[in-house]
Design a protein around this ligand. Structure first.
Ligand code: ATP
Length: 594
């Protein structure tokens, strides 16, 4: 099938839903506002394929921005199914990678960003050092400066205009600390993660030619999960789309805004959708969840919405499991009763169709420990995962391991896909057709001679690092922190450490779907879907946390809603008998009244 016919066939599925079709047919700026499971991402990917194929003339392309690397990967997988390989004409990535690779790296000098020659991305240790020095200069005293890192990040992301009185006066000490911290980083020849969008926004504001340069390359800007992307992206959208002339296609759901602490603000999406020059499309049908789950999700949110399950949806069920005793005991109960009952009801279900979602990673430890005891494998997406799932380099290595463990015979994954993804990771260095070919050859040589899933991972990883990665990481400024993540993981595979015995095929299994249970924080479950969702630890003090402000409580409630709406057919809520979360009590009461 040709690329065009793939997306045209996918578009047929949208035709039956007039609102999705309207978004697909939109001609100008378009914002899709819709609830969970309504096909926002589906509509976005099909629209993206159409724009590339019909509207945008080669060599121009489009930029598609989403919340984190995990979401970017999900989009890439969905685009691959439509025959679209990001890279040449389609940028797909986070606000940070867009800012860094499309604005800061290519234009730092021309736009006079005040960065030292050959600047690099700071490692965690370098950031810590810069904060320590800045703290000594600005504040002094015996406190641990790292405790201020979170507040400093929030301040930097929330107030973008450094010349404003808001910046200077909201928290004068914090403003001075941030400035001193950034000066320290620059003196070390470094920028950090938060710098990326801030530098990009500043450069775009100061240089109209830069805005036109971005427009020339990307006449269309696509944004997924708009509600969580923060002020820096909003500012870029305002400038690039409404002054410079880029066309905007954005999707989002203010009810699913869960990153206010990171500078996101659901109001920005509402304001965008209310603009007169924007066509706002609302989707009402939920294609994911059973009708009872859709109905109950309104109660979980605590606000009325007119969402409905799509025609032919199953009913779906919400179960409550009051618990006593420690979380260890509760986790054991989950496997002893809840999972056993699920398996009886759905004999065809695989472990990968079930997800445990919890408010904090330490609760995931409890579930993981019991899973290990009963011999079930898990895939974790939280901060206690064996490595950060957001690391593109690690995910790519997982795919390479999968290829070596037998995938080379079946084309899962295809070698070409591996080579292209690898070249994209190191695009700063691999930037000509000859270099891409050389990279492809080196990768084939390296993986072909190590295509054995029983190999000890430690050796396999060090070999692949030496043969393919070491040299490229030195040359690619965007990959330094990824290199650090890899080294931290390699250290865990050394003798005496917890991943000492891991084999290549076990490592490859980390990316495999269906024979492992999913364990995730509620935050990391965003954008995903599972047949069965077990919400674990839904207790007072955890969701919301004790002493939360009113806005933190609202955000915790939205987080509860995000978790609840990931389920297709069953939601199980495990909560303390004596101290259930107020969101659970309210949900239960409302369901009883129905
Ligand atoms: N028109 C449609 N016909 C059939 N299935 C659809 C349609 N639109 C979406 N779906 C399916 O519904 C599910 C949810 O779609 P998608 O992930 O795009 O929703 P979303 O709005 O991005 O969800 P969320 O905000 O909860 O992450 C997917 O399995 C998708 O394939």
């Amino acid at each position: 099938m040709s690329d065009a016919s793939i997306y045209l066939k996918a578009a047929e599925a949208l035709r039956a839903n007039p609102a999705q079709w309207a978004a697909y047919e939109s001609k100008g700026h378009c914002v899709v506002l819709a609830g969970p499971g309504s096909g926002k991402t589906k509509t976005l990917t099909v629209k993206l394929a159409r724009l590339l194929s019909e509207d945008i003339q080669e060599p121009r392309g489009l930029a598609c921005i989403t919340y984190n690397n995990e979401c970017a990967r999900e989009l890439e997988t969905r685009l691959a199914a439509l025959g679209i390989e990001p890279g040449r004409r389609a940028f797909v990535g986070t606000v940070h990678s867009f800012s860094l690779t499309q604005i800061v790296l290519p234009y730092a000098k021309a736009a006079d960003m005040g960065l030292p020659d050959e600047f690099c991305i700071a490692t965690r240790a370098e950031r810590r050092q810069a904060l320590e020095t800045a703290y000594k200069k600005v504040i002094g005293g015996r406190e641990n400066p790292q405790l201020l890192d979170f507040t400093m990040g929030t301040y930097r992301r929330s107030i973008l205009n450094r010349n404003s009185t808001e910046w200077r006066e909201t928290d004068p000490l914090m403003a001075t600390l941030v400035e001193a911290f950034e000066a320290e980083l620059r003196a070390m020849g470094r920028i950090d993660f938060d710098d990326m969008p801030l530098l990009a926004v500043r450069a775009l504001r100061e240089h109209e030619w830069l805005q036109r340069a971005i427009l020339a390359k990307y006449p269309v800007l696509i944004v997924d999960e708009y509600q969580d992307l923060g002020r820096a992206l909003h500012r870029m959208v305002m400038g690039l789309c409404f002054s410079t002339g880029m066309r905007l296609f954005a999707v989002g759901d203010a009810d699913q805004s869960i990153y206010e602490f990171n500078g996101a603000n659901p109001q920005l999406l509402r304001e965008l959708a209310a603009r007169k020059d924007v066509e706002c499309v609302r989707l009402r049908l939920n294609y994911r969840s059973g009708s009872k789950i859709v109905e109950a999700s309104n109660f979980a949110l605590g606000e009325a919405r007119d969402y409905e399950a799509a025609e032919g949806a199953e009913e779906g069920t919400v179960y409550f499991h009051p618990q006593q005793g420690s979380y260890e005991h509760q986790a054991a109960e989950a496997f002893r009763t809840v999972i056993v009952d699920i398996a009886k009801r759905h004999p065809d279900l695989e472990p990968g169709d079930i997800a445990f979602l919890y408010p904090a990673a330490w609760l995931g430890d409890k579930v993981a420990e019991v899973a290990q005891q009963v011999g079930l494998s898990v895939i974790r997406t939280d901060t206690n995962a064996i490595y950060p799932r957001a690391s593109r380099l690690m995910r790519w290595l997982e795919s390479c391991a999968k290829w070596c463990s037998g995938g080379w015979q079946t084309g899962t994954p295809r070698f070409n896909h591996l080579a292209n993804e690898g070249a994209r990771l190191f695009a700063e260095e691999i930037n000509t057709p000859e270099m891409r070919l050389a990279f492809q050859r080196a990768l084939m040589q390296c993986l072909w001679s190590r295509r054995d899933g029983t190999l000890v991972l430690r050796q396999w990883l060090s070999d692949v690092r030496a043969a393919i990665i070491t040299d490229l990481i030195v040359k690619c400024r965007t990959m330094k922190d990824e290199g650090e993540t890899l080294d931290t993981f390699i250290a865990r595979t050394q003798p005496g450490k917890d991943c000492e015995d891991m084999t290549v095929s076990q490592f490859a299994g980390q990316s495999e779907g269906n024979d492992s249970l999913h364990l995730s924080t509620l935050h990391s479950a965003k954008g995903r879907e599972f047949s069965i969702v077990i919400m674990f630890g839904m207790d007072q003090g955890s969701i919301p946390r004790n002493n939360s402000t009113a806005s933190q409580k609202s955000e915790a409630r939205r987080l509860f809603y995000v978790g609840f709406t990931r389920a297709k057919s069953e939601v199980h809520i495990m909560h303390s008998n004596l101290r259930p979360s107020p969101f659970v009590t309210e949900l239960q009461n409302r369901l009883k009244l129905e």
